[in-house]
Ligand binder design. Structure first.
Ligand code: 3HC
Length: 310
């Protein structure tokens, strides 16, 4: 083993961070680009389902809060694209991979947001699941990725709380509002659990990602952590968990649950979900409609690039 690999393994073993200038195995770099780019794409595509309700928010305050959340997501995406760029790939390449279907984004964003209660379910469940996953990623071995998670997690907490506030208003509102809240929970419960990825036994990347401490806890561990903290919230809302087998298991100290519908999961991941085509088309149109903004920014950066002048 050459000295670079020894030094790399040593940093990982000591729980120290790998920085952009450090030597790293090419497969480590590629794995990180894969995961970080999908994380960034998820943040940006994830703005679409919520953007769908921006002009229909039920009050000015609701609109302000939703707008603030959506703007945060854009910032998270830019943060994570910048992390990916430290690994030697350009923003343009990342976007091209997304448009060519070579890069994924989280399957959860391929479901439609049909009612205002969905804005609650998305903030509460989707951002709630993202927090469980991202708090763990604050300890990922790649320095820029770990540091980006610290700020992102702080903002996700606001997202989760704004979603839960909507769910409380709906669940404690009129019978029709409570029904809308239950319907949103029914449609987003299992897709949110799928955000944690396939079972550990079926996870292509987990074992290597755990060895390199890219992933600090397993898909199933984090999924169970999310289920255990969310079921009591569902009970507080007076709603029903959309899984008759979801019961507290005194022996394991966790909630049991039904088997997941992995056929649906892979069907959505492979591009056949309710909104996959719409999400990509919207992203492509936004990219071409706003090309002039990027061109102007690049031109300005060149004109005012002091380092080039010095
Ligand atoms: N949607 C789409 N693809 C998924 C997926 C999902 N929910 N879960 C897993 N996959 C894909 C993986 O990308 C991998 O495919 P690939 O080889 O083409 O990349 C394949 O399924 C096998 O899964 P693995 O478990 O082996 O993959 P990972 O080790 O990468 O684990 C993960 C999956 C837990 C999602 C991990 O990639 C991760 O932690 N990613 C960072 C967090 C993230 O991307 N979250 C997405 C939501 S972001 C968000 O919600 C923002 C919030 O503000 C709303």
């Amino acid at each position: 083993m050459d000295k670079h690999e020894v030094a790399f393994n040593d940093l990982i073993a000591q729980d120290l961070k790998i920085e952009p200038r450090d030597w790293m195995p090419e497969k480590y770099r590629k794995n990180l680009i894969r995961q970080v780019s999908q994380h960034a794409h998820s943040e940006i595509i994830g703005m679409q389902p919520e953007g769908n309700w921006l002009l229909r928010a039920p009050s000015l305050r609701a609109k302000q809060v939703l707008l603030a959340k959506i703007q945060d997501e854009a910032g998270h995406g830019l943060y994570l694209y910048s992390v990916a760029e430290t690994l030697g790939i350009s923003r343009q390449e990342l976007v091209q991979q997304l448009h060519e279907g070579k890069a994924k984004y989280s399957s959860i964003f391929n479901y439609p947001t049909l009612t205002w209660a969905d804005m609650g379910a998305v903030g509460w469940l989707v951002d709630g699941a993202a927090i469980v996953n991202q708090v763990s990623l604050q300890r990922t071995s790649y320095g820029p990725y770990a540091r980006s998670m610290v700020r992102i997690c702080k903002e996700e907490s606001f997202h989760q709380r704004q979603g839960f506030e909507i769910m409380v208003q709906m669940a404690k509102g009129t019978p029709e509002q409570k029904e809308m809240a239950q319907d949103a929970l029914n449609r987003f419960w299992e897709p949110s659990l799928m955000m944690f990825g396939p079972h550990d036994a079926d996870s292509a990347h987990s074992s290597q990602s755990m060895k390199w401490k890219i992933k600090r806890e397993s898909n199933d561990y984090l999924r169970q952590k999310f289920i255990d903290r969310t079921v009591p919230q569902i009970e507080f809302l007076g709603l029903t968990v959309p899984d008759a087998n979801c019961k507290w298991n005194e022996e394991t100290g966790h909630y049991d649950h039904s088997p997941f519908n992995w056929d649906e999961f892979w069907n959505v991941v492979e591009g056949n979900g309710p909104c996959n085509a719409e999400r990509l088309e919207h992203h492509k149109k936004a990219q071409s409609d706003n090309a002039w903004v990027r061109e102007a920014a690049y031109a300005y950066a060149q004109k005012t690039d002091i380092s080039a002048v010095a």
